[in-house]
Design a protein around this ligand. Structure first.
Ligand code: ADP
Length: 636
C-alpha cells in the first residue's frame, strides 16, 4: 500500500473549495482536463520536431473520452508527454504556478471568488467539483515505468507504480453520487459531453474522440409486415471542429462561411448585417471575429441583457461574456476575441487591469467604428436597419460620460430630415446648408408627423432651411452634448432667439413688441406663473400661438424628466408666443382696451391650445372645457 501524502497547504484550501463548491458551472472541469491534455500533446509534438526518437506525427495525437455508465466514470486519455513520478508529485500535489494564486491567498471566500473558479478554472483541481475520486495513470516520454496517482480529495493522495501501454496520461473521474440539487450522472450522457466540448473545447487543435452510440432501425424491419426492431451501433466520432474559423485566412472564407458560423454559434435564424474579421500582430496580437446582428436579441432592451465578447486563449474559451472588451455604445456587437497573450488561468480581477486586454478593446472599438462608417457610406439600407435596432445605443453613447465618446460617434448619427423626408447624417446636413444659414436646426416631438406640424417649424421651413426631427427622448440630450458639428451650432426651432430676420424686420418687430408690452404683461399675469412671459412671435405664420422655452431645458426634455420614475420636477421656462400676423392679435388688443376679464379667459384658452399642439399635458382640463363652452354660448 502506497503512503498517503498530504497536499501542500495552499492546495488543500483550494481543493476544499472545489469539493464544496456551490458554483453552478461545475461543467468546466472537462474543459480544464482537456486543455491539460492538449498542452501535454503540444509538449510532445514540439519535442518530436527536434527529437526523432519520439516517432510521432502531428496527426497521431488525439484525446479520447470514455464513459463507463455503470460505474459512473469519465476517462480522458491523451498520448501527450506524460508525467514522471516527481512531476506527478509536484504538479498534482501543488498548484504553486497557477494564476489562481491571487484568489486563494484571500481568506474570505465569498460568492465572487467562487464565480472566479467557474470563469477561469483552476486546472486539474476543478475535477473535484464533480468527482469523489480522481485517478491519473501516466507514463512519461522516455520512461519505462508508469504511475498511478489517486486522491479522494483533501485527505491527500497516493502515487504507486502501475502498468500502462503507451506514453501519455489517462485521467479517470469517478463522479459523485447524485443529490437532490445536483445531477452528476448527467455528465455521463453522450449528448452532454458533446455539447460541453462544442461549448468550451471546440477549437482544441487535436481531435477529441468519443465512441458514440446511435440507435437505428434494424435493416429489413419496420417495412411491410415486419415489425420495427432497433439496434445500437457504436462509431468513433471527433467531437470538436479543431480549426477555428477566425484562425483561417480571410481569403479562404466566403460570406456564407461567416454567416453559417454566426447562426450556429449564436442561435440566430437571420444572417448578420455584417461581419468584421480582424487579425493583428504587433502591440496586441489577437484574432477577432465580430458580428452586427440583423435584429436585436429578445432580451436586448431588458435588464437581463449583458454585453460582452467571448474571450479565448489560444482556442480555449476562458470567458463567455467579457464586458471589458466592448464599450456600451457598441454593446450590440457579438463575437469573440482569441489572443495567445492571455493566460488560461488569469483571474477576473487581473483581467480587468490587463494592459493587453485594454489595448485589444481600444483597437476593437476603432475597428467597429470604421466598419460601421463604411456600411453607412456604402450600404445605407443595411445601416438604417442597424440604426433602427441599435441607433439608440449610439445616441446614448454620445450623451453618456459627458460626451467622452462624442467625437468617435458623431459621424454615425442619423436623424430624419424635413427636406429629404428620410434619415440623414449631420455631415450631409451641413453639406446642404444654405449660404446664409448659421445653425443646424432641429425640432423635437413624439413622432415625425407631430414634429412636422409644430407651428414653430413654419418660419424656418419658409426660409428653406432643413430641420432635423428628433423623436426619441435621448436625441436632444445627445445634440446638447455635441454642441456643434463642423463648427455649426445646433438650434432648436423653439429656441427663444431664432435669429432669422433681416435687420429691418428686426427693427419693425421690436417696435411692435414695444407697443404691445402692456397687453403682453396682462396676458402673462392671467397665466399666473405658468409662463415666464408672453411675447410676440417671429416664428409663427398661420398658427395663433405656440409655446417656446428660454434656457437649457426644452419642452421635450421636460416631458422626459416627467416620465422618469423618481419624478424629477424639472420644468422648462415656458414662453407663450402670440402671432402678431394672426387675427387673434387684433382681438386681444381690443380686449386689453375694453374687457380685461375676458382677456384673462382668452389668455388661458390660448395657453392651453399651445400646450395641446405641443403634446404637453394640460393642467386644468375642466377649466379649459368650461371656458370654451362659455365662449360658445356667448357667441350665440
Ligand atoms: P495548469 O494547467 O494551469 O498548469 P493544472 O492544475 O491543470 O494547472 O495542472 C498542473 C500541471 O500538471 C500541468 O501544468 C501539467 O504539467 C501537469 N498535467 C496536468 N494534466 C496533464 C496531462 N494530461 N499530461 C501531462 N501533464 C499534465
Amino acid at each position: 500500500m502506497a503512503k498517503t501524502k498530504q497536499f501542500k497547504a495552499e492546495s488543500k484550501r483550494l481543493l476544499d473549495m472545489m469539493i464544496n463548491s456551490i458554483y453552478t458551472h461545475k461543467e468546466i472541469f472537462l474543459r480544464e482536463i482537456i486543455s491539460n491534455a492538449s498542452d501535454a500533446m503540444d509538449k510532445l509534438y514540439f519535442k518530436s520536431l527536434t527529437d526523432s526518437s519520439v516517432g510521432m506525427n502531428r496527426s497521431d495525437f488525439f484525446i479520447k473520452i470514455d464513459v463507463d455508465k455503470d460505474n459512473k466514470i469519465i476517462t480522458v486519455s491523451d498520448n501527450g508527454i506524460g508525467m514522471t513520478k516527481d512531476e506527478l508529485d509536484s504538479n498534482l500535489g501543488t498548484i504553486a504556478n497557477s494564476g489562481s494564486l491571487s484568489f486563494k491567498s484571500d481568506d474570505n471566500n465569498t460568492a465572487e471568488d467562487v464565480d472566479i473558479i467557474g470563469q477561469f478554472g483552476v486546472g486539474f483541481y476543478s475535477a473535484f467539483m464533480v468527482a469523489k475520486k480522481v485517478q491519473v495513470l501516466t507514463k512519461a516520454f522516455g520512461s519505462e515505468q508508469a504511475y498511478l496517482w489517486e486522491s479522494e480529495g483533501v485527505d491527500g493522495y497516493t502515487i504507486e507504480e502501475a502498468e500502462k501501454d503507451g506514453v501519455g496520461t489517462e485521467v479517470k473521474i469517478f463522479l459523485k453520487d447524485d443529490t437532490d440539487d445536483e445531477e452528476y450522472s448527467e455528465f455521463l450522457m453522450q449528448w452532454k459531453i458533446k455539447s460541453l466540448i462544442k461549448k468550451y473545447s471546440d477549437y482544441i487543435h487535436y481531435p477529441i474522440k468519443m465512441d458514440m452510440e446511435h440507435d437505428h432501425l434494424k435493416e429489413g424491419t419496420g417495412v411491410d409486415d415486419v415489425p420495427a426492431e432497433y439496434e445500437t451501433t457504436v462509431e468513433t466520432e471527433t467531437l470538436n471542429s479543431m480549426t477555428p474559423i477566425w484562425r483561417k485566412n480571410k481569403n479562404e472564407l466566403t460570406d456564407e462561411d461567416y454567416n453559417k458560423f454566426y447562426k450556429e454559434k449564436y442561435y440566430d435564424y437571420s444572417d448578420p448585417l455584417c461581419h468584421i474579421h480582424v487579425k493583428t500582430e504587433g502591440t496586441a496580437t489577437y484574432d477577432a471575429l465580430l458580428y452586427v446582428p440583423a435584429n436585436a436579441p429578445m432580451d436586448f432592451y431588458s435588464k437581463n441583457f449583458k454585453k460582452g465578447l467571448q474571450l479565448y486563449s489560444s482556442g480555449v474559451l476562458i470567458m463567455d461574456k467579457c464586458e471589458d472588451l466592448i464599450p456600451d455604445h457598441f454593446c450590440f456587437v457579438r463575437g469573440l476575441v482569441d489572443s495567445q497573450d492571455l493566460s488560461l488561468n488569469i483571474s477576473r480581477e487581473m483581467l480587468q487591469h490587463d494592459r493587453q486586454l485594454k489595448l485589444i478593446a481600444k483597437s476593437l472599438e476603432k475597428t467597429i467604428k470604421n466598419e460601421l462608417k463604411k456600411m453607412l457610406n456604402n450600404d445605407r439600407e443595411k445601416y438604417e436597419q442597424l440604426w433602427k435596432n441599435f441607433g439608440m445605443q449610439i445616441k446614448f453613447g454620445v450623451y453618456n460620460g459627458y460626451g467622452a465618446n462624442k467625437d468617435l460617434l458623431k459621424d454615425l448619427l442619423l436623424f430624419y430630415s424635413s427636406n429629404e423626408k428620410k434619415l440623414v447624417t449631420l455631415d450631409e446636413y451641413v453639406e446642404r446648408m444654405k449660404e446664409d444659414q448659421k445653425y443646424i436646426y432641429y425640432a423635437a416631438g413624439e413622432t415625425v408627423d407631430k414634429v412636422d406640424s409644430l407651428p414653430q417649424t413654419e418660419v424656418v421651413k419658409d426660409k428653406g432651411y432643413e430641420i432635423l426631427y428628433l423623436t426619441e427622448s435621448v436625441d436632444e440630450f445627445a445634440l446638447k452634448v455635441l454642441g456643434e458639428y463642423n463648427e455649426k451650432q445646433f438650434k432648436s426651432v423653439s429656441d427663444a432667439d431664432l435669429d432669422l430676420d433681416s435687420p429691418e424686420e428686426k427693427e419693425e418687430f421690436k417696435k411692435l413688441s414695444e407697443e404691445s408690452k402692456d397687453m403682453l404683461e396682462e396676458v402673462a399675469k392671467a397665466l399666473d406663473g405658468k409662463v415666464k412671459s408672453a411675447k410676440l412671435s417671429e416664428r409663427l405664420k398661420s398658427h395663433p400661438v405656440c409655446i417656446t422655452n428660454e434656457g437649457e431645458i426644452s419642452l421635450e426634455m421636460e416631458k422626459t424628466f416627467a416620465a422618469m420614475p423618481n419624478d424629477q420636477d424639472v420644468k422648462a421656462q415656458k414662453v407663450l408666443e402670440i402671432n402678431p400676423k394672426h387675427e387673434i392679435f387684433g382681438v386681444l388688443k381690443d380686449l386689453y382696451a375694453n374687457d380685461k376679464a375676458k382677456l384673462a379667459d382668452y389668455s388661458k384658452i390660448l395657453y392651453t391650445e399651445a400646450l395641446l399642439i405641443e403634446g404637453m399635458p394640460i393642467e386644468n382640463p375642466l377649466e379649459f372645457s368650461n371656458l370654451v363652452c362659455s365662449l360658445m354660448v356667448d357667441k350665440k
